[in-house]
Design a binder for this molecule. Structure first.
Ligand code: F6R
Length: 254
């Protein structure tokens, strides 16, 4: 595990964008696993800027998102389809047919989960998976629970996640209670994982991710078992991390 310790959100976004750019340059037809939420917004903005300057080309890139709210159509401004269009896809030359998200409007839950797992399989897996971190340790919408979920599933979001995401909705009552999310197995099968973390609100979750017991009650703790994880985190997010906590010497601080 490598941790890039940066000062603030701007530096985190730029460093993370550098890592994604390197992936796209080294493998122009790579599969990017994408996250939504406020943390990667700056990273996506930076990628758009570099694309517009002619430094990046997404013509052959394929993408697969982690999750989508159940019951929201792509036209709904709070849907993750809408978010991706707004924050990334509309500003780069990725082909619409190469971008994938779960269908929040699917009526048959099991069929949609199977369809989405097959989408990821047909792509040959994810080269670089971008992740944000929930305050409760969720990754994708894999919420704290008794067992790590394997494939795509429909999740009943926890109250803390619904409350955290209410800031994106005009009416907090409208935050969906359910979402489709890829499973932990899909995330763990990515060749490389890039976790971006910013702010004090994530400090406890980041500490547990790195040093806590590997436990589905803190889903992100499973990342300790992945062979190639890069974390870009700012000072506030790292405020509970003491380098001497790394007894195993598994973490390389950059
Ligand atoms: C979103 C996702 C979530 C977010 C997490 C952090 O696609 O997968 O796991 O990454 O909820 O959200 P922010 O960045 O808004 O704090």
């Amino acid at each position: 595990m490598r941790i890039y310790a940066v000062k603030n959100y701007e530096e985190m976004s730029r460093k993370a964008a550098n890592i994604v750019s390197a992936q796209v340059i080294l493998k122009p037809d790579c599969v990017l696993g994408l996250a939504t939420g406020s943390t990667p917004e700056g990273l996506y903005k930076q990628l758009k800027d570099w694309y517009q300057k002619g430094d990046l080309d997404f013509a052959q890139v394929k993408s697969v998102n982690l999750d989508e709210y159940r019951g929201l159509s792509p036209e709904n401004e709070q849907s993750y389809h809408y978010y991706m269009k707004k924050h990334l896809f509309s500003g780069i030359n990725i082909k619409a047919e190469n971008t994938h998200l779960p269908n929040g409007m699917a009526e048959d839950e099991a069929a949609e989960c199977m369809r989405y797992d097959n989408v990821v399989k047909r792509m040959g897996g994810v080269d670089l998976q971008i992740l944000g971190l929930g305050g409760n340790g969720h990754i994708g919408f894999n919420e704290p629970c008794e067992n790590f979920a394997k494939g795509t599933h429909c999740v009943h979001l926890t109250e803390s996640t619904i409350a955290a995401n209410a800031r994106f909705f005009d009416d907090p009552e409208k935050v969906p209670e359910y979402a489709f999310s890829v499973g932990i197995r899909t995330i763990m099968m990515a060749k490389k994982i890039l976790l971006v973390v910013s702010g004090k609100g994530k400090a406890d979750a980041l500490h547990k991710t790195l040093f806590g017991p590997i436990n589905p009650r803190v889903p992100s703790s499973i990342l300790q078992l992945h062979p190639d994880v890069i974390i870009v985190a700012d000072e506030e997010a790292l405020s509970q991390i003491d380098r001497s906590d790394d007894k195993s010497g598994d973490i390389y601080f950059c």
